[in-house]
Write a new protein. Structure first.
Length: 131
C-alpha cells in the first residue's frame, strides 16, 4: 500500500507540473498574440494624421485622442513584455524541475543568458571578440 501511495503521489506531482508548463506556454502564446496586435495598432496610429481614433475598452467603443491612445498602447506593450519574460523565465525553471522529477538531466543550454552590453564591451576591449 505504501508503494502505491508513493507512486500515486509521484504521478500527481509530475502531471501537475506538466499541466502548469502547458498552461504557461498557452498563456505566453496568447500574450504574444496580444502584443503583436498592439504593435500593429501602434504602427497604424503612427501612419494616420487624424486627431482621434476609436478604441475598444472591453466591449465598448470609445473615441479617444491619438496621443493618449499611443501612450496607453505603449504602456500595455511594456507590461506585456514584462509578463512574457516572467513566464518564460519561470517556464525554464519548471521544465528543469519536471526533468528532475522524471530523473532526467536538465536540458543543456536552457538557462543560458545573453551577455550584457558591459560584458560585450569588456570582451571587445580585451580583444577577445570583434564588435
Amino acid at each position: 500500500m505504501d508503494d502505491q501511495a508513493k507512486s500515486l503521489k509521484y504521478l500527481v506531482s509530475v502531471e501537475k507540473l506538466a499541466d502548469e508548463i502547458l498552461s504557461d506556454r498557452r498563456e505566453i502564446v496568447l500574450l504574444d498574440k496580444r502584443r503583436n496586435q498592439n504593435r500593429e495598432a501602434l504602427r497604424d496610429l503612427t501612419k494616420t494624421n487624424q486627431k482621434q481614433c476609436w478604441v475598444t475598452v472591453g466591449s465598448v467603443l470609445v473615441k479617444h485622442n491619438i496621443e493618449a491612445t499611443k501612450a496607453l498602447l505603449e504602456a500595455d506593450q511594456k507590461q506585456l513584455n514584462i509578463d512574457i519574460n516572467k513566464l518564460r523565465s519561470n517556464l525554464k525553471v519548471k521544465v528543469n524541475d519536471l526533468r528532475d522529477l522524471e530523473m532526467q538531466p536538465p536540458v543543456p543550454g536552457l538557462m543560458l543568458v545573453p551577455m550584457s552590453n558591459k560584458e560585450t564591451e569588456a570582451f571587445s576591449r580585451a580583444g577577445l571578440i570583434k564588435y
